[in-house]
Structures are given as structure tokens and as C-alpha cells.
Design a protein around this ligand. Sequence first.
Ligand code: PMP
Ligand code: GLN
Length: 384
Amino acid sequence: MIGIPSKLPEVGTTIFTVMSQLAAEHNAVNLGQGFPDFPMSGELTSLVAEAMQNGYNQYAHMNGVPLLRERLAEKAAKLYRASIDPETQITITPGGTYAIYTSLTTVLQPGDEVIVFEPAYDSYIPNIEVNGAIAVRISLQFPSYSIPWEEVRAKITAKTRMIMINTPHNPTGSVLSESDIEELRKTVRDTSILILSDEVYEHLIFDGIRHLSVLRYPDLLERSFVCFSFGKTYHCTGWKLGYCISSPALMKEFRKVHQFNCFSCDTPKQVGIAAYTANEQAYLSLGAFMQEKRDFFRELMKATPFQCIPSHGSYFECYSYGHFSQEPDKDLAARLTREYGVTAIPVSAFYKNAEDNKVLRFCFAKKEATLERAITGLKNFQPV
Ligand code: PMP
Ligand code: GLN
């Protein structure tokens, strides 16, 4: 056996795969890994089938099907008053994760520092470290999961290359406010610090709150990579299609990396989505649709001892249990799967040092019957 030194020696298998596998083994209701269990739009699948039948089966343009990029620029103008050139500022990618990885790889030199807020989506820190850069971790303030801006400024050094933000946030569902954006602007003004803004949950925002996309702020956009996912917008996480929007100068460099990694993305899906974007209601109604599920789940969870940490976005909500048990969250998540037939994600998995605030993340992007089945299991829960 030929061995190699690992580029990611501390990294194991992602928690989403681990928990989904455990859920499958125990036939548990999977509220762990984030994906909807209800059908996506039949109109969109028909448009993709039609695109295939109409011969859209060869390589797409390297930067993405032009019509799709035009439609996305129009959408950014309408929703965020952003003036985006589809020719130079948008690239279609095989998913949001790839857009994030490519942004980081485009920018990072060995020894660069990237400020990351924890809990952090689990790909961020490995994506930084595989590029030889250093993740400077800052804990969001528990339990509000808000950004401690003074600490951010204190941790900036000559090597700080980038700050990563994510709103609505995975795993906590927290969203950035106007004052957070002002703090961000103030913090990066007069510096060359770049921003990676993960906005894959842009439409999954509730309680009348407006999504504060970085696209709204030209002074931020000129230094940002903004990453999106069609999987989240159209209930098709398995399609692995997304996009990145940036300034022309940054996007030029992004495409140099992209062209030799992926080159171009699935053609018929891009053609189908380009046609489907005409249906604005499909994404404009998403917040209300998902809020109903969140509220339904929140109400059901009142019959369990878990305590809601209320949030306003994404398709996750976090629940704490430190008031009745000190069981480590990873043990509890495994035990819930095995003994009560319900799978959640332990939030310590989103911290490099496995900081455990005794919190589990539940995905409520499910049919009501699925959520009800989960509660039937959780209602019987006994702490150890
Ligand atoms: N960022 C966050 C915060 C996510 O939750 C996800 C979901 N997988 C992604 C990025 C990546 O999306 P995709 O599945 O399109 O790669
Ligand atoms: N984003 C999804 C989640 O947080 C999972 C994506 C994945 O499995 N890589 O659950």
C-alpha cells in the first residue's frame, strides 16, 4: 500500500454523511442532513427534460449558459438593486460548496489568515487549510449567535486576507442585521480584506426580515465573492448547481481556477432553470412556505424537553438541552437515532475544537407527516 502525507490530517468524514448513514442503518427520521423530502417543481423537471430532448446535451459555456446568467443579473437588480454584468461577474458552478472552495483557492496564499465564525459550515475550515492558509476562528456569541465585532477587529492582522460570512446561517438560522453590515463595512474600509458571503439560504428568511445580500452594497461587492445554490432555491439539493457573483477583477481570477477544475456545468439543468426563472413566485414564496414548516415544527417540539433557540432563516433550527442533561451532543445525536428513531446534527461538529454548548440542529424542510413522526419519537425521550 502506498501512503501519502494527508493534506487534511485532522479531517474525518463530514458529519452529514455520518449522520445520514446512521439514520439509514436505524431507519430513523432524518432531520439531520439538510435536504427537503417533498417533491420539487414538476414544471422545472419538465423544462430540464425538454432541454435534453431539444439537444442541449453538450458542454455549456465555461462561465455558464448565457441566458441563465442574464436572468440571474436581472434577479439581482430586482431583489437587491445590484448592477451586475452577467458577462464578467457571474459564473455558474457545480453547487455552492464548489463556489466557496473556488473563491478561497482563487485568493489564498500559504500563511494568509481568514476570519471564520463558529459554528461554521463544515467545509469552510478544511477549504482554507487545504490551501495552506490559516483559519482564525471567532465564536459567535451563544445563544444569540451574533458576531462579536470588537473581537473581529482585534483579530485582524497584516495577514488577514478574508472574512467569511453566512446569512441566513447554517447551522443556527441566525441572520445578519443592518448593524452587522455597517460593522462589516466599517471593519474592511481602508483595508484590502476580501469577503466571502455564503448566501445559499437567501430566500429562506422569515418573520418579515429582509435578506441583506452583500450584492446590495457596491463597496462590499467590489471585494466579495457571493455564493448561491439552486439546490436550496428549487428543492433540488441533488442537482449540485449554484453560482458565484463577484467584481469583474475578482471573477477573472476565479474563472482561471474554475476552467481547469470543472470547466462547465450541467447544460440541460442550466437551460431548464433559465426558463424557470420567469416564475418569480417560485422563489418569492419560499420564505412563507418554509416559515410555515418552521412554525409547525417549533409548535410540535414544545411537547419535548428540548428548548428552542429561536432563529429567522435557513431550514434549520437549533434546540438546546443543557438545562436537563450534560450528555455530549455527539453521543446524544447518536442515541436519539438508535433509541428514538430521530436524527439531528450535533452542533459541536461545526467547531474545530468541538465546543459543545449542548445544542442539536434539526432540519424542518420536511413534509408535515415526517415532522410529526419525528416528534412521536422525541416525545418519549429520556435523558441519561
Ligand atoms: N453553504 C451552506 C451554509 C450550506 O448549508 C450549503 C448546503 N449544502 C452549501 C453552502 C452548499 O450548497 P450546495 O449543495 O449547492 O453545494
Ligand atoms: N448543507 C447541508 C447541511 O447542512 C448538507 C450538505 C452536505 O451534506 N454536504 O445539512
